[in-house]
Write a protein that binds this ligand. Structure first.
Ligand code: ATP
Ligand code: MG
Length: 390
């Protein structure tokens, strides 16, 4: 009557566990959300109130759609506004997003399910102050389903060995319905570290260098520009300096060979734009400019100079993705760098660090610069991905 896919062996293992608090670290596409749907349906059919929590609103639409459809035959009431399904059994499923800091507060739940728990901000506090109290009345259960992300609060929950807690760990490949080709494609697109985290569900070290093999990528003694080759199409990455920061421009050829590099500071935007335009024209390069914040006026000036400009506006996430891609390029030996000591130093000290809020961030050293890294990453992002080295 109700149509959810039959749980695979890994999902069954979790369903059969009687632990009160279950923590699952699994790879992407393992079937976390599907498992959550099973757990919710089970509890709601048994007449119990379930709360489904997502990091943000958009994480709720998939389970909401699936559960609404699945439970239609036994639903008493469905409210799109409240995002709530009431069943004829007396059970219910309510959806909450942590966009709302009071999500779930004041409810009484028999099962709280947190999907993608590792990206919930302040998970430990949210758990202790908001979710845990909803479970006290009926000795309710909780399940945390997530792909790992560094070693923050989710790792702490996963590592916990308290009474009633059970942890599960599973790579994506355990889902027998996931085509092996999909995993192979991901392996081709991700750095080693990212693949281990996302598909093998390993808790990556929170500290450590982002780029491996920097020295090996530097051509010792090559300090001058390559002459432009008119048959090549070049890309230029630009990190614009604000306040006391440097402006850095890097030009790459299609194979990832760095052919020119410039750095200056303390200039007006007009002078900066003229210098950038001169370099772009010399190589007939397309300029990829970080225009987060103050970049736009400079992009306009560059366009007036006839430069082909691609403004790039970053979010924390898209910047991390760009750095990942640069790491991948180092790993696959898809870069030949000029011998620029400040650039080499910045690349080597660029690291994963844990911020005060427990999130893993990638950044340069405290009080250090990362302008050379950003310019290089912007240019590298514009190139085709390097193939795997076999
Ligand atoms: N037991 C199952 N039987 C058949 N297909 C399944 C099963 N579990 C999961 N799938 C399929 O595997 C894919 C991934 O499932 P799901 O979205 O639940 O995984 P996820 O771990 O939540 O993924 P993501 O990391 O993208 O959030 C989907 O196409 C889903 O339909
Ligand atoms: Mg999911």
């Amino acid at each position: 009557m109700l149509s959810l896919p039959r749980p695979h062996a890994g999902q069954r293992r979790v369903l059969d566990s009687h632990a009160r608090f279950r923590v699952l670290a699994c790879g992407r596409r393992w079937g976390k959300t599907t498992l959550g749907e099973h757990l919710s349906v089970q509890a709601a059919l048994a007449g119990r109130p379930v709360g489904w929590f997502g990091p943000t609103y958009r994480f709720l639409s998939e389970p909401w759609r699936t559960l609404r459809q699945t439970l239609a035959p036994v639903a008493r009431r469905m409210s799109e506004d409240e995002r709530r399904i009431d069943l004829i059994t007396g059970g219910s499923i309510s959806f909450f997003s942590f966009d709302d800091p009071d999500a779930g507060r004041g409810r009484r739940l028999a099962l709280a399910l947190v999907d993608e728990a590792a990206i919930v901000r302040d998970l430990a506090r949210v758990w202790a102050e908001t979710i845990r109290p909803t479970l006290t009345d009926d000795a309710g259960q909780a399940a945390f389903l997530s792909t790992p992300r560094g070693r923050g609060d989710f790792f702490a929950l996963f590592s916990q060995e308290g009474e009633g807690w059970a942890s599960f760990h599973a790579p994506s490949a355990e889902n027998p319905h996931l085509p092996a080709a999909e995993i192979e494609a991901a392996r081709g697109d991700l750095s080693e570290r990212a693949f281990r985290q996302e598909y093998l569900a390993e808790f990556a070290d929170e500290e450590g260098a982002v780029f491996g093999g920097v020295r090996e990528a530097v051509d010792a003694g090559r300090t001058g520009d390559d002459p432009p080759d008119p048959t090549q199409s070049y890309v230029m990455g630009v990190d614009l300096g604000r306040h006391h920061d440097w402006t850095v421009a890097t030009v790459l050829d299609p194979n990832g060979r760095q052919v020119a590099w410039r750095r200056w500071r303390g200039q007006t935007w007009t002078v900066t734009a003229l210098r950038l335009a001169e370099l772009a024209h010399a190589y007939d390069a397309v300029a990829h400019v970080d225009s987060t914040g103050l970049g736009d006026p400079v992009c306009e000036l560059l366009k007036e100079q006839g430069v082909r400009v691609r403004p790039v506006v970053f979010t924390a996430e898209s910047k991390a993705t760009m750095m990942e891609r640069l790491a991948l390029r180092f790993e696959r030996q898809g870069l030949r760098l000029m011998d620029v000591p400040v650039q080499t130093a910045e690349l080597e000290s660029f690291a994963y660090r844990t911020s005060a809020s427990g999130r893993v961030v990638m950044e340069g050293p405290p009080h250090g610069h990362d302008d050379c890294v950003c310019a290089l990453a912007l240019a590298a992002q514009a190139l085709k991905r390097p193939a795997r080295v076999t």
